[in-house]
Design a binder for this molecule. Sequence first.
Ligand SMILES: Nc1ncnc2c1ncn2[C@@H]1O[C@H](COP(=O)(O)OP(=O)(O)OP(=O)(O)O)[C@@H](O)[C@H]1O
Length: 266
Amino acid sequence: MDNFIQIKDVAKTYWSNDGKIETKVVLPLSMTIGEGEMVMFLGPSGCGKTTLMRIVGGLETPDQGTIHLHGDLLTGPDRRRGMVFQSYSSYPWLTVRDNIKFGTRYRKDISAQEKEEVTDHYLNMVGLKRYADFYTNRISGGMRQRVAIARTLASSPDVLLMDEPFGALDAQTREYLQFQLMDINKAEKKTTIFVTHDVEEAILLANRIVIFSSRPARVVREIKVDDILSIEDRRNGTADMDRFFKLRAEILELIRAEYAHTLEEA
Ligand SMILES: Nc1ncnc2c1ncn2[C@@H]1O[C@H](COP(=O)(O)OP(=O)(O)OP(=O)(O)O)[C@@H](O)[C@H]1O
């Protein structure tokens, strides 16, 4: 389904507390995202990527416009959209394992026994088996972020919304989880919107990259990475490096140009 997520004429403006300063964050903006598609949002800092993602997740109400998921008008958050944020979010009163199991809590599609298996599967996937019985205030920030990712995956949402989920992780864990996410996407075809600042991460993971302008966000370019580098080659480390570097340079240039506008407006 090509328009699994349909963003239509969405706009958002924030006002300062005294109501005097207006910050237009998202212009009337429309976009569709296909079922199973991995779309990476790139753009200069502060352009409105997180705001748009929060609107899609139902955590922010747009001033105008609509979001449809599978044809249904969305009016607030629900379990069909699972979000992973930049900052570590876990329940400190639960162990690592129980945090992950919490994700399965409202699932009706699997039995109690299967919930245990799903929990173990994601516990292993994020490499935290040894820490299963630790409370999350006793593990590192990077580990807590892995718990948050595992919990969201265990809840099996139709749509994954990831806001720089790997931004604070060390390079090895980050690379490991990027490849895990590619494998999940291959196996489960999970529709994903992923916000990142990292151009290489975007090229590695994306079916499509959407590059936003400086604030208020509008789409300056969409790049179907699959047409340039196959996902198998990217996964296997056999991608054509000339194409990779050319694409990276092109994207960096677009973002640099938009960032320059941000500085002019500051
Ligand atoms: N609740 C809010 N109230 C007022 N202004 C806000 C609010 N949330 C975001 N903003 C402003 O909206 C703009 C866009 O923020 P947003 O977090 O969506 O950008 P972003 O592209 O995700 O940025 P970054 O890449 O730096 O994370 C910023 O100028 C921010 O200060």
